[in-house]
Structure formats: C-alpha cells, structure tokens
Ligand binder design. Structure first.
Ligand SMILES: *[C@@H]1O[C@H](CO)[C@@H](O)[C@H](O)[C@H]1NC(C)=O
Ligand SMILES: *[C@@H]1O[C@H](CO)[C@@H](O)[C@H](O)[C@H]1NC(C)=O
Ligand SMILES: *[C@@H]1O[C@H](CO)[C@@H](O)[C@H](O)[C@H]1NC(C)=O
Length: 482
C-alpha cells in the first residue's frame, strides 16, 4: 500500500480525467428583468472551463449561441407544456423537430438530454402534473426515436428530492413518496428501458431552511460528527445521505444500477439568514472537491454527474419558495463572480466574469433626506416598489438587513428605478424620492445599478422599424391617388 506512490498519482490523474467526465455542469436560467446576451454568457462558460449546461426551455437565441461551442446541452420542457405533449404525438414531434433536431443537424448544438418537465411532482403542485408527465415523456421519446436521434439524445425528468423519503435518518430506510409511488415506478422503468438517467435536485440548504434544528455542519462537506451509521456505511453530510436514499429507493424496486444525474445542487447567497457568501462558497467548494475526487457516495462510489445551481442570479423568479430564490447564482445578475470557486478547470480558484457587460449610469433613486416618514404615501410607495422590483435583500439576516428605515425605503425605491432602466418617471414617488449620484451602498449592502440589455437595443430597433413601416402604410392610406 505504501509503495504505490507513482501508481497512485497516476491513478489520481486518471480519476480526475474520467471522474469529471466532461466536467461539472451548470444550470442556466433566464428569469431575469435584464438578461445577459446569450453570446456573452457562452463566452463566460468557456472562460470558466464549463462544458455542460442545463436549460429550462429551448430558447432559440441561447441554442444559437451554443452552436459549435463544444458545450453539451440539456434542453428543458416547462411544466405548462406537459399537458399538450402528453395528449398529442404530433405536438411532441413538432417540439423535437423545432427544438432539438433543427439545432443538432443544422446548427451543431451538442444536445444530449431533453428534460421533460421541471420538478413536476413537487408537493406544492398538488398532483397537477401527475397524470401528464409520463405520457409526455413517452411521446418525446417516441419523437426522438422517429427522428433518429434517440441514440445521442436521452430523455429524463428532473425531480425534486421530495419524490423519495426515508422513515428514519438512514438512507437504507428509503422509498418513493407513497402518493406517487406508482407513477415513480413506471417512470423509472421507462427511463431504464430507454437507457435514460434519473435526474434529481438535492438541496441541503432547504434542509436547513425548513428545520431550525437541523445541524448546520451536516449540510456541508466537512465531516460532521457523529456520522450516521447505516449498517456500516457512514454518512457525515446530508448530500450523501439524501443521494443514497434515492439509490436505496431505486434498488429496492429493482433498478439499483439506473444512472443518476444531480440536476441541481448549490447554495444561495442572500434572502435568508443562512444564505450568504461564506456558506455558499463553503458548500459549493466542498461539493466541487467531492466531485473532483471522483469518490462518489457510500452507495454509489465513482464519478458523480452534476449541474450546479446556478450560473447567474435571476431577479424575476417567483419568491414563493422564499426570498433566497433570486440569489442562487455563482455570479450576480451582471455576470460578476460572487466568490472564489475552483471548478476543476485549469483556471484554478478564480471564477471569470463576463466581459463587455455595460451598466447604466452611476445614478440611484433614494428617499429625500427631507421626506416626512409619516407621509401617507410612504407605505404604499414602498409596497409598490417592492412588488414590482426586488426587495429580497432586505429583511432579517440578509445583505441589507441592517439598514435603518431610511436606507430600507431608499433600497426599495432604487430597485424599482433600476429595474425600470433609470427612467425619470420611475423615481417620482410623490415628494418622497430623488435621484442622486452618490452611491448609497453600505458595506455588503449594495445598491445595484442595472445593466444595459441587448434586448433593450433590439426593442429600440423594432420600434424604429415599426415607425418607418407605419409611415409607409400611412402614405398608402393617405395617398390621394388611391
Ligand atoms: C420550442 O421551445 C420553445 C421554448 O421553450 C417553445 O416556446 C416552443 O413552443 C417550442 N416549439 C414547439 C414547436 O413546441
Ligand atoms: C394546492 O392546494 C392548496 C390548498 O388546497 C392551494 O392553496 C394551492 O393554491 C394549490 N396549488 C396549486 C398549484 O394548485
Ligand atoms: C426593512 O424592510 C424589511 C423588508 O420589507 C422589513 O422586514 C424590515 O423590518 C425593515 N426594517 C426597518 C428598520 O424598517
């Protein structure tokens, strides 16, 4: 054992290469008020050595930007399309033709997976997608087969880890959630028959968020003690335990070898007392070290296939799950890195932000120092700003949680002003607001300036074209010779 120095370093290199497969993946969501241009994001992915992305739809602009990038792609079908795709073979064929075949054949987009639905069996959906997920999966698979793509493009269904559970803290007591056990077994059988993977989203952060008594260190990868002993297998972090609960659920039903993709894993940086830069860095780096070691989990030794959640903050996401929902990015909304992270590429510790992202002018909208805090319009103005902008960095334990009342109100006004592209009319809260060129940020609490979007430029161009067109149409109608 001791004399194997050369062999083991060779082995380590081998595992690093094979273990990381084609490298870590990332989720690229686009629910932002000011999305970055796809080409800038693709360049950023390459600069960070990221070779796999998971999308939540099949946006043509994004797929075009991924053309010949060498990046592997999982395209997604939103839940609201499941009903149509479940009930129409033709709709499924159209979807595949327009959103997969076209890009693969003509564009050279390396599509590897179609994600059918997104966490369709979440308890909060009340079973709305229970009847349609499997038929949609079957129709998409049939369409892929018909188009001759089924060998290179696999189907899957990204499921939240709430589709399985354990009756104790031990993974070996795992099984599928009783209310969906039947449909889960049918889906698993279908995936297995088609050489397709099981995709699961695992969130140690949510364990901590949902249960104030959850041991904080068990959420991370630093060897929590006492570890849970499951018949000789030791669990010192909740990721392993959660993942292996799934492995047991599969194994008990005869599918112990079904490949597993971790579709989403990550940690948010704001919007909750446990969502901060330190925890996010600790979790993601801990996961990446585990990933790069190629060690896997006690029940599934070997490489893990995984997609970090997520690439960039999305300020237009629903905050129904919690205020943290808009802060999952490794990068801020403007594609600047939040913390150091070694993703296992030659890059080392630094995340590389996108270049060529232009911010709006250095202007902020704030509460006038002279404003009357008892003004009747104050509460409704703040409520309106927060409803239509983003106040998720206010509140207990968040990055701007220590602002005073004045700062709080300014934060809300500024968010509204920025999201509306610094329009003068967006800083006209009656006798309350004013525009300033003095940055109101304090410490970690940043009063952000929005970015210029390419779509704003595009709208400008479309507007111009429409004006020109209307002018000609008017000419036609007004022309006295007609
Ligand atoms: C292709 O995907 C896009 C984006 O998800 C969607 O809007 C469109 O309806 C899809 N096309 C078809 C033919 O279903
Ligand atoms: C699920 O049911 C609850 C309680 O009956 C209801 O409040 C909620 O709106 C439902 N959600 C959906 C997505 O149907
Ligand atoms: C600031 O705003 C947040 C969110 O609206 C609120 O929870 C908090 O109590 C406010 N703090 C102060 C000092 O007004």
């Amino acid at each position: 054992m001791m004399g194997g120095g050369k062999f083991s370093s060779f082995f380590v290199v081998f595992v690093l290469l094979v273990g990381s497969g084609s490298g870590i993946g990332v989720n690229w969501g686009t629910q932002s008020t000011h999305p970055l241009s796809p080409s800038k994001v693709v360049k950023m992915l390459k600069d960070n050595g990221i070779q796999k992305v998971k999308l939540f739809d099949a946006d043509a602009g994004i797929l075009d930007a991924l053309k010949k990038s060498g990046i592997q792609v999982m395209v997604g079908i939103p839940n609201d399309m499941l009903y149509t795709l479940a009930n129409s073979v033709e709709a499924a064929e159209k979807w595949v033709s327009k959103n997969v075949s076209k890009h693969v054949s003509s564009g050279g987009v390396d599509i590897r997976y179609v994600a059918v639905g997104n966490e369709p069996f979440l308890s909060t959906y009340n079973g709305s997608f229970e009847a349609t997920t499997l038929p949609a999966l079957q129709n998409i698979q049939a369409a892929l087969t018909k188009s001759g793509l089924s060998n290179r493009v696999k189907v899957t269904v990204p499921l939240n880890a709430d589709v399985y559970q354990s009756s104790s803290e031990k993974p070996s007591d795992g099984g599928f959630r009783p209310d969906i056990n039947n449909v889960m077994l049918q889906i698993v059988k279908f995936l297995n028959n088609n050489g397709a993977p099981f995709t699961v989203n695992i969130y140690p952060f949510i364990s901590l968020y949902a249960d104030p008594n959850f041991p904080v260190d068990y959420a991370f990868f630093n060897g929590y003690q006492p570890a849970i002993n499951d018949n000789g297998r030791n669990y010192d972090n909740v990721f392993d335990a959660n993942h292996d609960t799934l492995v047991w659920a599969l194994q008990k039903n005869g599918f112990g070898n079904l490949p597993i993709i971790v579709g989403e894993i990550g940690w948010p940086t704001d919007g909750d007392r446990n969502a901060n830069l330190q925890y996010a860095q600790r979790f993601n780096q801990g996961f990446m070290s585990r990933y790069m070691s190629g060690k896997g989990t006690p029940m599934r030794p070997g490489p893990i296939d995984a997609y970090l959640f997520s690439l960039i903050d999305e300020d237009a996401k629903s905050i129904q799950p919690g205020n943290f929902e808009r802060h999952w990015g490794m990068f801020y909304f403007d594609a600047q890195p939040k913390y150091q992270l070694n993703l296992g590429s030659a890059r080392g510790n630094g995340l590389v932000g996108a270049s060529g992202v232009d911010h709006l002018a250095k202007k902020w909208c704030v509460l006038k120092p002279s404003a009357n805090l008892n003004d009747d319009q104050l509460a409704p103005s703040v409520a309106y700003a927060c409803q239509n902008a983003d106040c998720t960095s206010l509140g207990y334990g968040t990055s701007c949680g220590n602002l005073d009342v004045h700062g709080n109100i300014s934060y809300a006004f500024n968010s509204y002003y920025q999201i509306n592209d610094q329009m003068d009319s967006a800083c006209k809260f009656p006798s309350l607001s004013m525009i300033t060129d003095k940055d109101p940020s304090v410490g970690d609490c940043k009063f952000r300036i929005m970015i210029q979007t390419d779509s704003a430029e595009l709208h400008g161009k479309v507007g111009y074209l429409t004006t020109v067109l209307c002018f000609f149409v008017l000419l036609l109608f007004c022309n006295p010779w007609f």
